[in-house]
Design a protein around this ligand. Structure first.
Ligand SMILES: Cc1cc2nc3c(=O)[nH]c(=O)nc-3n(C[C@H](O)[C@H](O)[C@H](O)COP(=O)(O)OP(=O)(O)OC[C@H]3O[C@@H](n4cnc5c(N)ncnc54)[C@H](O)[C@@H]3O)c2cc1C
Length: 467
C-alpha cells in the first residue's frame, strides 16, 4: 500500500495505471471508505475527458467519432481536467498547479507523454509565435478537430515525416479525399523501425493507394508558393501536417532536478532519482530506451501498479511492440529489427506488398518486422515474448508456411492483443466482446485485434462458457 498516489497527465499510461491500481485492490477499497479522499488523483492539462490517442487518425479519417475515443476513468479516481502541474516540491511532497494551489502526494507518478518537435522549416512559425495558418500538429484531440475542420476546405495536403504517425495521418487524409504527399528526410519510410526493403514496399503500397512519397528530401521553406524541399521541388499545398517526431515531455522533471537525459530516467522499479517519484509512458527513459508506443506504456503501468501494491517488480524494457493503425496499411514491429544482432530470416514480396523479417539469436526471435500480411503476428509475438528456442526450420516455417494462425487455431498462450498483452486463453474465458473489453482491455488500444477477439469468442464451445 503506497498511500496517496498523484498521477501527472491523464493520458493513456495514466488512465491504465489508475485502473490497475483499483483492480489490484490497493486503492479502490480505500476510495469506497473515504469518498472525499479517493487515494488516486489524476491531474491532466487537456480539457477533454481522457481519450484513446491512437484512434485520433480514425477520427480524422471519419470512421470514429470523438466521443467513441473516451477511456473509462475508474470511479474511485479523482480526475481533474484542465489542470496543469507547474512545479514539484519534493521536500514538501506536493505538486503545484497553474492556479498556485497544491496537491500533496505519498507517491507521485509522472506520465506527461511527449511533445511534437518542430522541424527547421522557414516560415513555419509566424512573427507572433503561432504556427502558419496552413500548418497543423497532430497530437491532441484539439489538433485533430482543427485539422479535421480544415480538411473540409482543402484539396491537398503535405505530411512532413514518414514515421508511423505520418503514415497514419497520410492514409486518413487520403481516405478523406485529399491529394496527399509525404515528405521524409531519411532514405525510406519508417526508418526508425524498419529496413530499406520494407520501407520501399510500404512506399509502393501508399503510392498504389494514391499518396505520393518523397524520401531523402527535407522541407526547408513555407511561403505563398507552397512548401519547398531541399531538392528544389515546391509542393503547392493547402495544408501541412507535422508528424516529424516527438520528444519526451521532461520540463517538470528537469525543474525538480530529477535525473533527465532524453527522457526521465527510471530504474527497474520505474522509479526516478527520487524514490517517491515514478515515471511511465512516453516521458520515461529506461536504460537508453524511450518508447513512444502504447504497449510498453501499458506494460509499465501494469508493473508500476503491482509495485505500488507492494510487489517486487523488475522492468527490463525488453518488450517493445509497435503497430501501425491505418486503413489498408498493416505494419507490426517487435523489438528493434534494424539494430538487433542475430541471424536474419527475411521474405519479401513486392508484388503482393508483403515483407516479413525475423532476427534470431541462439534460436530465439529477438526482433521482427511484418508489413502487409500480419496473419502470423500472434504466433511470432508469442515466441518473441516467451523467448522460445526455435528449431532450425521453424523461423523459415513461420515466415513461409501455410497461414497457421487463424485466430480460432491459436493456442491459449498466444498473444492476441499486443497493446494490452492479452492471450487467446484470456479472451476465451470472457463471456462476450464487452466482457473481454472490460476485463482484459483487449481491443481498447489500437483496435487491431477486434476481429481476432470476435472470432475467438464466436468459436468457443458453448458448454462451460458464461452467458
Ligand atoms: C495521433 C497519434 C497516433 C498514435 N498512434 C499510435 C499507434 O497506432 N500505436 C501505438 O502504440 N502508439 C501510438 N501513438 C503513441 C501513443 O499515443 C503514446 O505512446 C501513448 O499515448 C503514451 O501514453 P502517455 O500516457 O505516456 O502519454 P499521453 O497519452 O500523450 O498523455 C500524456 C498527457 O499528459 C499531459 N501533460 C503533460 N504535461 C502535463 C502537466 N505538466 N500537467 C498536467 N498534464 C500534463 C499531456 O497533455 C497529455 O494529455 C500515437 C500517438 C499519436 C499522437
Amino acid at each position: 500500500m503506497s498511500g496517496r498516489v498523484v498521477i501527472v497527465g491523464a493520458g493513456m499510461a495514466a488512465i491504465r495505471l489508475a485502473e490497475l491500481l483499483g483492480s489490484s485492490g490497493s486503492h479502490a477499497p480505500r476510495a469506497s471508505r473515504e469518498a472525499d479522499d479517493p487515494g488516486i488523483t489524476l491531474l491532466g492539462d487537456e480539457s477533454h475527458p481522457p481519450y484513446n490517442r491512437i484512434l485520433l487518425s480514425a477520427v480524422l479519417e471519419g470512421t470514429h467519432s470523438p466521443d467513441s475515443l473516451a477511456m473509462q476513468v475508474p470511479p474511485y479516481a479523482d480526475l481533474r481536467l484542465g489542470t496543469r502541474v507547474v512545479e514539484i516540491h519534493r521536500e514538501e511532497r506536493e505538486v503545484e498547479l497553474a492556479d498556485r494551489s497544491r496537491v500533496p502526494y505519498d507517491r507521485l507518478v509522472l506520465a506527461t507523454g511527449s511533445i511534437p518537435t518542430l522541424p527547421p522549416i522557414r516560415g513555419l512559425v509566424r512573427m507572433d509565435g503561432r504556427l502558419h495558418e496552413k500548418v497543423h500538429a497532430f497530437r491532441t484531440l484539439d489538433d485533430c478537430r482543427r485539422l479535421s475542420a480544415a480538411v473540409t476546405h482543402a484539396r491537398n495536403a503535405v505530411v512532413v515525416g514518414g514515421g508511423l504517425l505520418g503514415l497514419q495521418v497520410a492514409r486518413a487524409l487520403s481516405v478523406r479525399g485529399l491529394t496527399t504527399e509525404v515528405v521524409e528526410g531519411g532514405d525510406h519510410l519508417l526508418r526508425s523501425q524498419v529496413g530499406a526493403r520494407a520501407g520501399a514496399i510500404l512506399a509502393r503500397d501508399l503510392e498504389r493507394l494514391g499518396t505520393t512519397i518523397y524520401t531523402g528530401a527535407r522541407a526547408v521553406r513555407l511561403d505563398d508558393r507552397g512548401l519547398t524541399l531541399d531538392n528544389g521541388y515546391t509542393l503547392d499545398t493547402d495544408l501541412v501536417v507535422l508528424t516529424a517526431g516527438g520528444r519526451p515531455s521532461t520540463a517538470l522533471a528537469r525543474r525538480a532536478e530529477l535525473e533527465v537525459r532524453r527522457g526521465i530516467v527510471v530504474d527497474r522499479h520505474l522509479r526516478t532519482s527520487d524514490e517517491r517519484i515514478h515515471a511511465i509512458g512516453d516521458c520515461a527513459q529506461h536504460g537508453s530506451q524511450v518508447t513512444g508506443f502504447v504497449p510498453p506504456a501499458w506494460e509499465q503501468a501494469g508493473l508500476l501498479a503491482r509495485h505500488l501494491g507492494g510487489e517486487d517488480i523488475s522492468y527490463d524494457g525488453a518488450r517493445t511492440v509497435a503497430r501501425l493503425r491505418a486503413t489498408d496499411l498493416d505494419v507490426a514491429v517487435l523489438g528493434e529489427p534494424e539494430k538487433a544482432e542475430g541471424q536474419v530470416v527475411e521474405v519479401s514480396n513486392p508484388i503482393s506488398g508483403s515483407h516479413r523479417k525475423l532476427v534470431v539469436r541462439g534460436g530465439v526471435i529477438v526482433a521482427a518486422t511484418l508489413v502487409g500480411d500480419l496473419s502470423r503476428i500472434g504466433l511470432i509475438t508469442q515466441h518473441y515474448d516467451r523467448a522460445t528456442v526455435l528449431g532450425p526450420h521453424e523461423p523459415g516455417d513461420l515466415l513461409m508456411g501455410e497461414r497457421p494462425t487463424t485466430p480460432v487455431a491459436l493456442p491459449d498462450e498466444a498473444e492476441v492483443c499486443a497493446c494490452a498483452g492479452v492471450s487467446a486463453g484470456r479472451i476465451r474465458a470472457c463471456a462476450n466482446f464487452e466482457d473481454a473489453k472490460a476485463t482484459t482491455c483487449a481491443t481498447t488500444g489500437c483496435g487491431g485485434c477486434a476481429d481476432a477477439v470476435r472470432s475467438l469468442l464466436a468459436a468457443r464451445p458453448l458448454e462451460g462458457t458464461r452467458t
